[in-house]
Write a new protein. Structure first.
Length: 397
């Protein structure tokens, strides 16, 4: 088949069309069959890779698909602090990841569990059982608290970062670049102040990320801007995506009482169930790269300079990789999902995400009852999952 002529295309899909937003997985399923390298005319035009193999291959090939020019579409403000290491390709990104890796190791994250479980217990106790604002009253402060423990923020700082990041992402998605730019500058300023504070008064390098990065750099010391850039990425990435994921877990369990009962009866399926949540509700629907040269995927020619979205949510339902991919199978094995990406930019926060999921499941299992009240709000491109959720936690009549 001849390569598609990009200039002749009218568009394979619109990721913010109402019918697409109403059911992203169904739209992705159609595109995997009809246009696996799907062209969209939105935001100046870009391609989206829909299949698992293509997303995996592009993720592992930063020489052809670079993260240094764009990581989301519509593009977020690029001025200000760099988002490190997300906006660097190997080998430049290796230095940052090597320094950050020790703080995200599973044993270090596991040490946070008692504090996070205590926080979850306090938060759930404060909710109105008849109309529990699970997103705003539980998940928001819970993810902010986790971020505070990880980076070393006090409660007021964590709440402020959560507020800024939520409004920032909403502004980017709504293409309100003036508001997004102003909020981005505020988040940058917060990161800069945090770094200045740790330089002036270092904390325990074993428990405080910035102090640890200052005390134990991999070779050359990081500049204050580099330190702030790493903090900047964590301040946004460590809040919005986990919020959607945890709300999606709660919604799923409230609407699938058979799965709730199965987990209660057989706790050994918790681990595969969390992996299936990650596959089914990949909160970071897609990240974007830019083609560094003319290239081809299948029958589609992609010109140099063209943005290319790597659609993890679609890849996670690829029929050639997953049996019955449109079904949630609690004990699915194997589960080769790409919720955390793959390759040199694979998300550092996977252990923290799984810990948060485990604590939320434990909290939901302990509730007297679990049902959805009202209408949940779903995220839009490039996110996926539930952003606002109200639950009825009273005992079932």
């Amino acid at each position: 088949m001849a390569a598609k002529d990009r200039d002749a295309l009218t568009g394979d899909w619109d990721p913010v069309a109402p019918e697409v937003m109403a059911d992203y997985p169904a739209a992705h399923q159609r595109l995997r069959a009809e246009a696996p390298v799907a062209w969209s005319e939105n935001w100046g035009g870009f391609y989206t890779l829909m299949r698992h193999a293509d997303v995996s291959a592009a993720s592992r090939d930063p020489g052809t698909f670079t993260a240094t020019r764009m990581t989301v579409i519509p593009s977020s403000p690029r001025k200000g602090l760099p988002r490190l290491p997300l906006q660097k390709d190997p080998p430049d990104s290796d230095r940052y990841r090597k320094a950050l890796n020790p703080f995200f190791k599973e044993n270090r994250i596991r040490a946070m569990e008692p504090a996070l479980q205590s926080l979850a217990d306090r938060l759930i106790a404060r909710l109105d059982p008849a109309a529990a604002d699970f997103s705003g009253g539980f998940v928001e402060p819970f993810t902010q608290g986790a971020l505070g423990l990880l980076i070393g923020l006090d409660e007021a700082e964590a709440l402020e970062v959560g507020r800024l990041s939520h409004i920032y992402v909403h502004a980017v998605q709504g293409e309100d670049l003036a508001t997004a730019g102003d909020l981005s500058r505020q988040v940058d300023a917060f990161a800069v102040r945090l770094v200045e504070n740790r330089i002036a008064a270092p904390r325990d390098p074993e428990t405080d990320i910035v102090s640890g990065l200052i005390a134990n750099p991999p070779g050359t010391a990081f500049t204050p801007e580099e330190l702030a850039g790493m903090v900047r990425l964590m301040l946004i990435g460590g809040h919005v995506v986990p919020r959607n994921f945890l709300c999606s877990i709660a919604w799923h369990m409230a609407t699938r009482p058979d799965h709730l009962a199965r987990l209660r009866d057989d706790p050994t399926i918790e681990k595969p169930m969390i992996e299936e949540f990650l596959r089914f509700y990949a909160s970071n629907q897609a990240l974007v790269r830019v083609a560094t040269k003319d290239t081809r995927i299948g029958d589609t020619a992609i010109p140099a300079g063209c943005p290319v979205a790597l659609n993890f949510l679609s890849a996670n339902r690829d029929e050639t990789v997953f049996e019955r991919p449109m079904e949630f199978i609690p004990d699915r094995k194997p589960n080769r999902h790409l919720a955390f990406g793959i390759g040199p930019h694979m998300c550092l926060g996977l252990a923290l995400a799984k810990l948060q999921a485990r604590i939320v499941l434990k909290t939901l299992l302990a509730a007297p009852g679990l049902a959805v009240t009202g209408t949940p709000t779903w995220a839009r491109w490039t996110e996926y999952g539930i952003t606002a959720l109200t639950l009825d936690l009273r005992p079932t009549p």
